[in-house]
Design a protein around this ligand. Structure first.
Ligand SMILES: Cc1cc2nc3c(=O)[nH]c(=O)nc-3n(C[C@H](O)[C@H](O)[C@H](O)COP(=O)(O)O)c2cc1C
Length: 312
């Protein structure tokens, strides 16, 4: 999730869930092509399995991004066909590509020709007034004919003009049935549903119909949900206490600090760890107030933990 997630976030999330497939935020193919690959694509081995999400519509640049993703050892490369922002539309990629399935198919083919790792697509169920099973199926037919076998479908349309990206994550209604039908009509495709999943029962319910569930905001805002999911689906994996997760982060944070990273860049992802628990506000406040200070180190987290109610 752009502006929210990064490698520190994914390291933290991996501690909370040993098996979830983690996705990077969207990185443009142009940036990957021209920019500092290590800064943009570097990650920690612990993050596997991990997918790189790219945005773009130029097959050559997308192929170059796929090559670099493979060189960096990513497990999957995902094409963004869901982002509705103006910036992305002016670059002719993101959700507006739903109207140009052949352009996505051309990118897919150019990318898959470069690498053995699967190239997948994340899309919406429609755009603007193109809000029908037929429109979605036509899009899927074209990219499946190119060879794509896995789609992540955000179960709401994107409105390309007049709504901000944030509004485009809340105002168009969720329509899970559309995604379930897509799976029924295309049983050979791996279909992962996304949008609005916020508790275990909901996740269990959607998994009756599709092959996987992708969780965005809830995983970021209430990261312990990831641990609860991991434990629910694999009770052999003991549910860690929140403070254990914090302690497990400390060596990682020390090494990030030694590499010149500032504390708050890592701890900002941990603010929601106690969401809904006693002491959640104090946890958030202590870290927010102290992690920005020059020279701040892991004692900020230790002090925040020490101030928590003992059961937390
Ligand atoms: C701050 C923010 C940034 C996002 N950035 C991306 C992105 O880079 N790529 C993407 O495919 N989706 C992005 N999304 C959308 C989410 O991946 C997801 O599709 C959407 O939030 C609906 O799922 P959720 O209800 O589980 O959050 C972003 C969402 C948020 C809140």
């Amino acid at each position: 999730m752009m502006d929210w997630t990064d490698r520190h976030c994914r390291y933290f999330m991996r501690l909370l869930n040993p098996s979830a497939f983690l996705y990077t935020e969207m990185i443009t193919a142009a940036a990957i092509h021209h920019g500092d690959a290590e800064r943009l694509l570097g990650y920690n081995d612990e993050e596997h399995p991990i997918a790189l999400q790219v945005g773009g519509s130029d097959p050559e640049q997308m192929a170059s991004a796929a090559r670099k993703a493979a060189d960096f050892g990513y497990d999957e490369i995902n094409i963004n066909v869901g982002c509705p922002s103006d910036r992305v539309q002016s670059g002719q990629f993101g959700a507006c590509l739903m109207a140009r399935p052949q352009a996505v198919a051309d990118c897919y083919k150019a990318m898959q020709a470069e690498t053995e790792i699967p190239v997948t697509v994340k899309t919406r169920i429609g755009i603007d007034d193109q809000d029908s099973d037929e429109f979605l199926q036509r899009f899927v037919d074209v990219i499946a004919a190119a060879g794509c076998r896995k789609l992540i479908v955000h179960a709401r349309i994107a409105i390309l003009e007049g709504l901000s990206p944030k509004q485009n994550r809340t105002i168009p209604p969720l329509n899970y049935d559309r995604v379930y039908r897509l799976k029924r009509e295309n049983p050979e495709l791996e279909i992962v549903i996304n949008g609005g999943l916020a508790d275990i029962r909901q996740v269990e319910a959607v998994l009756q119909h599709v092959d996987g569930a992708m969780i965005g905001r809830q995983a970021y805002q209430q990261p312990y949900f990831l641990a609860e999911l991991a434990h629910h689906f694999n009770p052999d994996w003991p549910l860690p206490e929140r403070r254990e997760i914090v302690h497990a982060m400390l060596p990682y944070i020390e090494s990030a600090l030694a590499d010149g990273e500032s504390l708050h860049r890592v701890t900002r992802h941990m603010l929601g760890l106690y969401a809904g628990q006693p002491g959640a506000k104090a946890w958030r406040r202590h870290i927010s107030e102290h992690a920005h200070r020059p020279g701040a180190g892991i004692e900020v987290l230790i002090n925040a933990l020490n101030a928590m109610p003992i059961a937390a």
